[in-house]
Design a protein around this ligand. Structure first.
Ligand SMILES: Nc1ncnc2c1ncn2[C@@H]1O[C@H](COP(=O)(O)OP(=O)(O)OP(=O)(O)O)[C@@H](O)[C@H]1O
Ligand SMILES: [Mg+2]
Length: 406
C-alpha cells in the first residue's frame, strides 16, 4: 500500500501501541513507536514524522511535558501532535491544546475517527507548507522583478548619456586643436595650466575612463537581463526551454559570491555541458532549483574554508564547483541530467536522509530556513523528475536533477 505519511506513536502500554500500529499501517502509514516521552524525544533527533500521537500518562516525563519540549525545539516544533489518552475531562483537553497539541482523542478510540483526524491534520500541514513555499517563491520573484525594473531605468540613462559624453569630448578636443592651430604661441598662463593638467595624459585617460564606464554599465545591463530572464517575467509559464541558458543566468546572478575573499581564493566553475534538447518545463521554477542548489554548494564551500582557516597548512584543494549536463537512457526513457558538484564540507551520513525535509537546516538561526532543498525537490517532482544527492563528509557533495526529456 502507498505510504501516506510517517507517524510516531508514543504510549507506555505495548498493547495500545500494537493496536495503533496495526490500524495505521493498515491505512497506509509508516509507523514508528516509543514507549515513553524521553525515548520519543531521543528518536526525534534523527527522525521527522509527519505527525505524533502522544499518550499523556506515562512513566518519566508525561505527554504534556513531552509536548512542551517538542514545541520548544526548532527541529520538532512544526510537527503536529495529537494527544491520545484516557484522560477525558475538559481541563486536560484544554491543557493539551494550550501547550501546542492540535487535537485530542480519548481512549478507547474509534479507528475510523482516529484515521480521519490524522488525515485532516496531515492535509492541513501540507496546505500550510505549500502556502509558505508559494509565498517564498513569489516574494523572491517579486523582489527580483522589482530590482530589475528599478535598476533598468537609471542604468539606461547612464548608458545613453555615455554616448553624448564621448561625442562632446571629441568636439571639445577638436575645438582645442583648432585653437592650437590658430594660436600656436599661447600666453604663459595657458601653457602653465596645460602642463599642470598634463593635457596629453588627460586626453587619453578621459577616453579610457569613458570606456570603463561603458564596460561597467554593460555588465550591469547584462545582470538586469539575467534577472529578468531568471524570473522569466515576461514569459508564459510552461514552454520548451534551454536549460543551459537557465544555468548560465543563475551563475551570472551568483558571480559576486564566487569572488576570492580572506579565507579562500576565487571559486572555480567547471562547466561540462552536453548536447541537450529543449525541455518542456517551467523555466522560472527550474531556475529556482538551480539557484537553491548552487547557493547550497557555495555555502558548503565557504563553510569548509571558514572552518579551516589554516587551509594553507592543511593543504585544502582549491574551491571548485562543477556543473555538468548530459542525456541518459534509463529503462528506455530518455532523461536529461544536470549535476551540480562541490568540494565543500559534505554532509554527514546520518543527516543525508533528512536534508530534503522542510525546515531541516544545519545553518544558524536566521541564516537558513531549511526550505531550499524541499522546494527544489517539489519543483523537480512537479516536472516528473527526481532530485538525488551523494555526499561524503569533508569531500563534497553532488546533487543530480534528472528530468524526462520528452
Ligand atoms: N551542497 C551541500 N553541501 C553540504 N551540505 C548541504 C549541501 N546542500 C544542502 N546541504 C545541507 O542540507 C541542509 C538543507 O538544505 P536546504 O537548502 O534545504 O536548507 P538551507 O540551505 O539550510 O536553508 P535555505 O532555506 O536558506 O536554503 C543544509 O542546511 C545543509 O546542512
Ligand atoms: Mg539552501
Amino acid at each position: 500500500m502507498s505510504n501516506k505519511g510517517h507517524i510516531l506513536a508514543v504510549d507506555d502500554t505495548p498493547a495500545n501501541l500494537q493496536v495503533i500500529g496495526e490500524t495505521l499501517r493498515g491505512a497506509g502509514y509508516a509507523v514508528a513507536t516509543a514507549i515513553d516521552g524521553e525515548r520519543a524525544l531521543k528518536r526525534l533527533q534523527h527522525y521527522q514524522p509527519d505527525l505524533i500521537l502522544l499518550d499523556i500518562q506515562m512513566p518519566g516525563i508525561d505527554g504534556f511535558e513531552t509536548c512542551r519540549r517538542l514545541k520548544a525545539a526548532p527541529n520538532t516544533e512544526h510537527i503536529p501532535v495529537i494527544f491520545i489518552t484516557a484522560l477525558s475531562d475538559t481541563l486536560n483537553k484544554v491543557k493539551g491544546l494550550q501547550i501546542g497539541g492540535v487535537d485530542y482523542i480519548t481512549k478507547p478510540f474509534d479507528c475510523a475517527e482516529l484515521l480521519a483526524r490524522i488525515q485532516v491534520h496531515i492535509n492541513l500541514k501540507k496546505a500550510q507548507l505549500q502556502l509558505i513555499q508559494d509565498s517564498k517563491l513569489s516574494t523572491l520573484g517579486e523582489l527580483v522583478a522589482g530590482i530589475a525594473h528599478e535598476v533598468n531605468n537609471p542604468i539606461n540613462f547612464i548608458y545613453g548619456n555615455l554616448n553624448y559624453a564621448a561625442q562632446y569630448h571629441q568636439e571639445i578636443l577638436h575645438l582645442l586643436e583648432l585653437y592650437e592651430r590658430q594660436y600656436p604661441d599661447p600666453p604663459a598662463a595657458i601653457v602653465d595650466w596645460r602642463e599642470q593638467i598634463d593635457l596629453s595624459f588627460l586626453k587619453q585617460d578621459y577616453c579610457d575612463l569613458l570606456e570603463s564606464m561603458r564596460t561597467g554599465t554593460e555588465r550591469i545591463k547584462g545582470i538586469v537581463v539575467s534577472l529578468r530572464s531568471f524570473s522569466k517575467l515576461d514569459e508564459a509559464e510552461w514552454k520548451p526551454a534551454d536549460l543551459h541558458e537557465g544555468l548560465n543566468d543563475t551563475l551570472t546572478l551568483l558571480s559576486y559570491r564566487l569572488q576570492a575573499n580572506s579565507h579562500r581564493e576565487r571559486i572555480k566553475i567547471g562547466k561540462n555541458y552536453g548536447d541537450l534538447p529543449l525541455i518542456y518545463c517551467n523555466p522560472a521554477q527550474l531556475n529556482q532549483v538551480f539557484m537553491n542548489l548552487l547557493i547550497n554548494a557555495l555555502e558548503a564551500i565557504d563553510s569548509k574554508y571558514w572552518h579551516d582557516r589554516d587551509n594553507i597548512k592543511n593543504n585544502l584543494e582549491p574551491p571548485q564547483l562543477n556543473i555538468s549536463t548530459r542525456m541518459e537512457v534509463n529503462h528506455g526513457e530518455k532523461l536529461v541530467c544536470i549535476q551540480i558538484q562541490d568540494n565543500g564540507v559534505g554532509i554527514e551520513t546520518e543527516i543525508q536522509g533528512r536534508i530534503f525535509e522542510q525546515f531541516f537546516t544545519t545553518k544558524s538561526t536566521g541564516k537558513g530556513t531549511g526550505l531550499g532543498l524541499a522546494i527544489a525537490r517539489q519543483i523537480v517532482e512537479k516536472h516528473e523528475g527526481i532530485l538525488t544527492c551523494h555526499s561524503q563528509l569533508g569531500q563534497g557533495s553532488e546533487f543530480i536533477v534528472s528530468l524526462p526529456a520528452s
